[in-house]
Design a protein around this ligand. Structure first.
Ligand code: TRP
Length: 452
């Protein structure tokens, strides 16, 4: 079957785009991974560096991705091919497509746990339990391989159905009503969390920076988390930008999306850390963190199980709008470059994501060799962190020294004739972002590899 223009799709409205991009950004990265990263990297100082990374690197890189996407109207591989024909730059796009597939494969595992927690809430399995008991229940469910595979499959299926339906039918509709409800619920949970007994220790961990804890591992963690949470570094925003109209103000759209995403992450911290210190657990809980801490909050509010079910349903939908964007990158590549139909691309690649995700699913207690190897965490580190940072670095260098800042500015000005931040953006893309990224990569990974 050949492809038509309608197989590519386009956004219905400005709001539709902002909500879809925010839907891509807001997900498990905010609710699940941001608290884990903050915990392992020592609290408030990490949060401070994270905010710096979002502002100084995340926003300009998001503008850059949207610009490249809109100017080419193409997936990441096609975008590099169009702007730099017959060069090796398309490899950067291909790395992005691969990265999207790999992140999706691991992400759907955690999303599967969210589905299980909806079930726990409906059956009241966690009601009135101590946090030790809840921890044991979490471990038992994550170690159940068959169940893990079923949950993983269900989540991939949901993602595939939406992506197969196309940009209009699927992504926009799924995004439109979710965010406000999730926001209200988050605020309510924060209010409960900060008023729990013993909350103050967690609040100070989260808000009182101890800068002596800063080192390059912390900074790298913050940078990687910023890219992951904002869906940057692998072409998701190139793909979403490709469905945008020329009238759109890219700089303001990117800023709004970054602010919304960061706001939700900060709220998630306010929800988790006071409750964590209230539970009294200060051991590094890793992937289990929110799954142990959240039930504690719900056990301390009236109608807790009902709110818990509602909360996990909303988080599942937030995760779904993120997995949709991951699969969309891969699918748009096969539609544009391989001339597959949208349906074929979605189902074949959804199936591939499931198969690739099998070892990740089984690496949480089901198969001991995969567990001790830490397969899922490794996928998150290599693809959800390092690859994103490298991809963003390559994009900055590409714009600054191959395609040309002037061409990029021209594209941005189509929808934003003044673009008051042009000078700042130019400086950041040419020097600020690439130098910062190179320095952080060197210090965090490359130099230690030689000295260790
Ligand atoms: N940003 C999403 C989250 O926070 C995850 C995600 C979706 C993503 N698309 C992405 C991460 C593209 C990196 C790149 O949950």
């Amino acid at each position: 079957m050949s492809t038509t223009n309608s197989d590519r799709g386009a956004w219905g409205s400005r709001l539709g785009f902002i909500l879809a991009a925010a839907g891509s950004a807001i997900g498990l990265g905010n609710i699940w991974r941001f608290p884990i990263e903050t915990e392992t990297h020592g609290g408030a100082a990490f949060v401070f560096v994270y905010l710096l990374c979002v502002l100084a690197i995340g926003v300009p890189v998001m503008i850059a991705e949207l610009t490249v996407g809109r100017t080419t109207g193409s997936n990441p591989v096609g975008a590099f091919k169009r702007l730099a024909p017959k060069s090796l730059w398309k490899v950067v796009g291909a790395l992005g497509v691969l990265t999207g597939m790999m992140i999706l494969s691991a992400y759907a595992v955690v999303a599967g746990w969210i589905l299980k927690y909806i079930w726990f809430s409906l059956t009241g399995a966690l009601a009135g339990r101590t946090s030790d008991e809840i921890g044991a229940i979490f471990s038992a469910q994550s170690a159940n391989g068959t169940q893990g595979l079923v949950l993983h499959l269900v989540f991939i299926l949901l993602t595939t159905v939406v992506v197969a339906g196309g940009v209009h039918g699927g992504i926009e509709k799924a995004s439109k009503w979710l965010m406000p409800v999730l926001l209200v619920l988050l605020v309510l949970l924060c209010l409960r969390s900060v008023t729990l007994p013993g909350a103050s220790k967690g609040i100070s961990f989260y808000l009182n920076p101890d800068f002596s804890k800063l080192n390059f591992a912390v900074i790298m963690g913050a940078l990687g988390q910023a890219f992951f949470s904002l869906s940057l570094g692998m072409g998701a925003m190139i793909t979403y930008g490709s469905y945008l109209s020329k009238k759109e103000n890219l700089a303001s759209a990117a800023t709004i999306v970054c602010l919304m995403d960061t706001g939700i992450a900060i709220l998630a911290g306010f929800m988790i850390f006071p409750a964590l210190s209230s539970v009294g657990a200060n051991a590094a809980l890793g992937p289990a963190l929110i799954f142990v801490v959240l039930p504690h909050i719900f056990n301390n509010i009236p109608l807790g199980q009902l709110f818990q079910a509602l909360f996990f349903i909303l988080v599942a939908i937030a995760a779904l709008t993120s997995t949709i964007s991951l699969l969309e990158v891969v699918v748009s590549y096969f539609i544009d470059e391989k001339r597959w139909s949208r349906k074929k691309a979605a189902w074949v690649m959804g199936g591939a994501a499931f198969v690739i995700g099998i070892p990740s699913t089984l690496s949480n207690g089901a198969v001991s060799s995969l567990t001790s190897f830490g397969f899922m965490n490794m996928v998150f580190t290599w693809f959800g962190e390092i690859s994103l940072v490298v991809g963003a670095l390559a994009l900055c260098i590409f714009i600054a020294y191959k395609w040309g800042i002037r061409n990029a500015l021209e594209e941005i000005r189509l929808g934003n004739p003044k673009f008051p931040m042009a000078a700042v953006w130019t400086f950041l893309i040419k020097f600020g972002c690439p130098l910062a990224i190179i320095a952080i990569l060197l210090k965090a990974y490359i130099l230690p590899a030689f000295s260790g």
